[in-house]
Structure formats: C-alpha cells, structure tokens
Design a binder for this molecule. Structure first.
Ligand SMILES: [Zn+2]
Length: 397
C-alpha cells in the first residue's frame, strides 16, 4: 500500500512540468491546499492526499490549476515516469540542452512507448494521450477487466485503427470510462490536470480501476415489402438490396425539395451545384452495370458500380452532382458540398478511405438524403452510414 501511494505521489509530482518544490511549509499543510480546489470537486481526494503528503505543488503558489490542459510533453513525461516506476528503475533526465521534455521523449521512443512526434507544447487530445498511455505500461499491466464490445464506444469513427485500439485497451483495462451514459470518448477534446490525477492512480493501482461493461449498440433492422430499413433508414448497399419493382420513378418529394434548397444555398454563395444523375431504375442500373463490367471486368466494376437492386440511386434518395471526377472534391463546389450538404439533409455517402466499409470507392460527388437531423449526426460522428448503423456492405456471393 505504501508503495502504491508513493508511486501515485511521484506521478502527481510529475504532473508539474516546472520545477517542483516539496511542500513542507512551517505551518504544516492546510486543509484546503489550493484556492482553486474545493471539497466538492470530484478530484479533491486525489489532489489533497498528494499535497498533504508534501509531494505535490500547484503550478503557482496556492494554485493547482486543475483546469489547465495536459500537453503532449507532459503526457510523455508521465508515460516515462509510469514505465520507470513499473520497472523499478530510476531515471535522471539529462537536461543540459534543448527543451525540458526531450529526455522523456527520447526515453519513451527507446522504450517503445512513443512511435511518433506530437506537437509537444500543444494540449493533448484525449485520443492523443490515450495513444501514449496505452503503451506506457506492458500489456500485462493493462490486462482487460471489462467487457467492451467492438464498436461500443460511440464516437471514434474517423480515428485510425491504431488509435482506436489504444482507446479500447484503456477502456477494457478500466483506466478510462468516457463521459455520459454512452461512455463517449470525445477523442478530439483536451484533458485537464484534475482528470489526469485520477487516471494515473488507476494506471498504477489495479485496485482503483473501474469496472463497467459496454455492449454494441443495438440497431433495428426491418424488412418491409423486400426493402430494408435500419433504425428507420432505407438502406441499399451490397448487403441489402431493393426489389426489382421498387421504383419511386424519381427523387422523392422530400429529397427533391432538399436538393433544390441545397442548390439555392450554393447559388447564394456564388456556386453552381447541379444533379447529373438522380433516380435510376432497376433495369437502367442493370444495363449500366453490365456495360461497366464488359469494359473493366466484374471485379473492378463492383468497386464503383452497383449490381442491379443494390444501387442507392434506385431509392430516389441519392444524387450525383456536377462531375464524376475525383478532382471535383477540390473545386469550390466540391468543398462547399462537403462542408454544407448536411445542413440540407445530405451526407457524402462514400468517403475517401472507406471502401472496405461502404463497399465503394471514394465518390465526392455522390450524396444521400437522410434528413437534416440524421445527416448532421452522421457527419458529426465521422462515421460512414454503414458504421453509424452497424451494418455491412458486402455481396453475399
Ligand atoms: Zn452515385
């Protein structure tokens, strides 16, 4: 127990990047060590314990600065300290030249904790410090205790697999639990010093880790007259097809109205966005797909053209605009579309780098109508529609 406490205190000490002074004043430690810490603060116990033991100071006399943001440099220093404490070795940084954090960065790189440079003096994002902390200790010291289903953390959509793995590792080890009922990670937010104190405690003391479980979100899949709806959203992709006779005959009224509004909005900004392909019938798509397959072969055609019944254009809710050219993404219209289409109820349906998820190559010109609320939610999540709804897009054969 004493060892655990001393480890914790040493780590809290390490939270201060400036020189640290032992707080053994002549009057003894006050009950409330810092003006900016209150007994109702959830992190109160962490900070007071450390202060009363005389091993932590604030950033300035009387101030712990609990809301100051942790920088990447501080995260690297803490990671180095954690590893050394775990390994039972001591480390004396060689502070002769350069920035104060450089010895820690060098140590972390040699120890396999850091694989890249970060903007060291910038506040760390939550995803960023988790990348570093997830490697700070050996896997055996961060063993999973929690059942956290793949895909259960709701807001990691656009992060790399490597980063996601780091976040899941810390959730599963009980180091972090996110915020809110859905345990959101808020990966792009910063992290405050007061939050880090509790995380360090859990990193170094398995008894302090948090037990919780997260199940993958449940989605309601219904089939009505052969048409698949997931959470009420009509889906046509490689997994879910439409019947040959599903034929709205054109864009739905709601979609057409939204498209008109989008075009008017673009026009107000001096730009011209116009449809070049909207509704396509099952039969039309069949001919189109066969022509592409004859030209490029079926395997290649499957990367950009839907088999009949699988095209989103058959829904009357999808539109190709302006140009079927990747460079469209870099035109003022393409940039405007990506930035504003959600305000009109559309998403860019096939984002770059998501072919393995959506089943299709990047299409900066293809928008799908979802209604404003869902379109904005999907866009903000950084997820593809497949990821958002927890579904696949793969042909059965
Ligand atoms: Zn399209």
């Amino acid at each position: 127990m004493k060892r655990c406490l001393s480890i914790l205190l040493t780590l809290l000490l390490a939270l201060s990047s400036a020189s640290v002074v032992l707080a053994d004043g002549p009057d003894g430690p006050p009950d409330t060590p810092f003006r900016d810490i209150h007994s109702s603060d959830w992190f109160y116990a962490d900070v007071v314990t450390a202060f009363n033991a005389g091993l932590i100071n604030g950033k300035a006399p009387g101030e712990f600065a609990p809301n100051d943001l942790l920088t990447y440099a501080e995260a690297a220093k803490l990671a180095a300290c954690m590893r050394q404490l775990h390994d039972g070795v001591s480390f004396t940084p060689q502070n002769d030249v350069g920035m104060w954090y450089e010895p820690y960065v060098t140590y972390c790189k040699a120890a396999g904790i850091l694989w890249a440079d970060y903007p060291w003096n910038q506040p760390a994002t939550r995803a960023g410090y988790m990348e570093i902390f997830a490697s700070a200790l050996p896997d055996t010291a961060l063993a999973p205790i929690n059942e956290i289903a793949d895909g259960a953390i709701p807001d990691l959509g656009a992060l790399s697999e490597w980063t996601k793995n780091a976040v899941y590792k810390l959730y599963r080890a009980g180091i972090v639990q996110g915020t809110g009922d859905d345990h959101a990670c808020q990966p792009y937010d910063s992290i405050r010093r007061c939050e880090v104190a509790a995380i360090l405690t859990r990193m170094m003391d398995p008894a302090k880790r948090i037990s919780f479980t997260m199940t993958a979100p449940e989605h309601r899949i219904e089939t009505i007259s052969g048409v698949t709806y997931v959470d009420g959203i009509l889906i046509a992709n490689k997994t879910y097809s439409l019947p040959a006779d599903y034929a709205p005959g054109g864009l739905t009224t709601e979609c057409q109205t939204a498209l008109d509004a989008l075009m008017a909005g673009a026009a107000r900004d001096g730009l011209s966005i116009y449809p070049i392909s909207t509704y396509r019938s099952y039969e039309y798509q069949a001919g189109l797909y066969e022509r592409y397959a004859a030209r490029d072969g079926y395997a290649e055609a499957d990367r950009y053209s839907a088999r009949p019944g699988h095209s989103e254009h058959q829904t009357g809710l999808a539109i190709d605009v302006n140009s079927l050219d990747y460079d469209f993404a870099y035109t003022p219209e393409g940039i405007w579309l990506a930035a504003h289409c959600a305000e009109y109820g559309f998403i860019l349906r096939y984002p770059e780098g998501k072919e393995s998820v959506t089943g299709y190559r990047y299409e900066p010109w293809h928008i799908r109508y979802l209604g404003r609320e869902i379109a904005e939610e999907v866009t903000a999540s950084g997820l593809t529609l497949e990821e958002y709804l927890g579904i696949t897009s793969v042909y059965a054969d």
